[in-house]
Design a protein around this ligand. Sequence first.
Ligand code: SAJ
Length: 476
Amino acid sequence: MTNKLSSILEKRGPIKKIGVLGMGYVGIPAAALFADSEKFDLVLGFQRDSPSSGYKIEMLNKGDSPLKGEEPGLEDLLRKVVDANKFECTPDFSRISEVDAVALAIQTPFLDPASLQPDFSALIEGIRNVGKYLKEGMLVVLESTITPGTTDTLARQILEEESGLKAGEDFALAHAPERVMVGRLLKNIQEHDRIVGGIDDNSTKRAVELYSPVLTKGQIIPMTATAAEVTKTAENTFRDLQIAAINQLALYCEAMGINVYDVRAGIDSLKGEGITRAVLYPGAGVGGHCLTKDTYHLERGVTTSNGDLDYPENTDSLFVLARKVNDFMPDHMYYLTREALKRIGKDVRGSKVAILGWAFINDSDDARNPPSEPYRNLLIENGAEVMVHDPHVLNYPEVEIMKNIDEVIENADVVAVLTGHSDYFKLDPAYLRSLTEKKNTVIVDGRNVLDPDAFIGNGFVYKGIGRGDKNKHPII
Ligand code: SAJ
């Protein structure tokens, strides 16, 4: 630990004023919880007064949340800290110079999903803004999900360039990745364990001082900044890997004519001291904004580290292979669709396909990187007419999302379930058959929501992910 920084921090005293950059679904609850702690006197929420999001400033200063969807406790908390004059939202970034600690909660989306390259531009602009107003003894913390190594290199360089100060000597620098899920933002921040990683011990210590007061059940887990970046990306990479494992097994079970759900239950039954089997659920694919990108953040991190890596060499890593298995599942849904149509002498070309489910996750309106999109693209490329139903998703660029499920299913040659919305568990085979008005309609179940025998008994040509026991059933 350099003495210079520890003596500067001592002179500055305990953290009292905090700045949070990025008033989004990470920054707003973080700012509100900091403001609600009696350890701190004031929290400034920094928000660019841009055409697209400047409106948030006035809303937040009235104690209203600009976040859509239910966030239990957030509105009350915002009102409380605004009324207590402990939280203020401002577009005046020069006020960063007033605070003791500043957290950056700025999103790092894909430039475009195909390129898998993250768009760091907003985050870099935020870091530059902090650098411009950085003072001796301040703590800077990055909360965004970033490529491992970013805090210790890119962020450090920009902050030092802009401020003329030295990280680890004049100011503290750390990474504390957010682990929030929409719908439970406050609860997640308070109850999840918090990874806190500094570029040096002084920075880690200072960041622990910042985050400890907002934790209720959660514990602080201190480590280095790069270890924290790897932890955040790897925790999602591991989930993606677990899903890929059961997806690959589902493909094997289909090939071997057995039911993957029997095998799943069998594997899961192995319990006991020190025995773990993370057997998840096979499906039509993996969407969302976490698992689809964090593996590639991790890959980029190890590649740019230029460290000695003797595996993989000129081949995909296990983690990238897992991504490829999961990204294959929409293709597999198309394969099942085509094979089922063939069984009744039909082709994809000219068929009408009803896609049920556009959201990437059950009972949600979140449609980021939905597995249904590549499935729909394959159908259209091969000449099918496609209609999409989703009870929650309101709109999506260039895709009409219907609300009337009967209209979508009417006269369909194929009905495919892509999202496990609760509504779809209740689909009645006889009713569907009355809508499609066909002796045999194809039904493809991508989320194991339907009873195969009920549909087969009503003349449907059934295909289900992992249902090798049913996928070659006799057609009634
Ligand atoms: N999926 C499967 N099979 C499964 C589980 C999920 O195919 O067994 C699919 C889902 O259909 C979806 C995708 O994977 O398309 C992602 O699902 P998810 O449950 O992982 O939801 P996410 O992407 O919102 O992941 C978030 C992450 N949380 C944060 O980043 C803070 C992840 O780390 C959590 O583990 C996950 O929620 C969770 O467990 O709820």
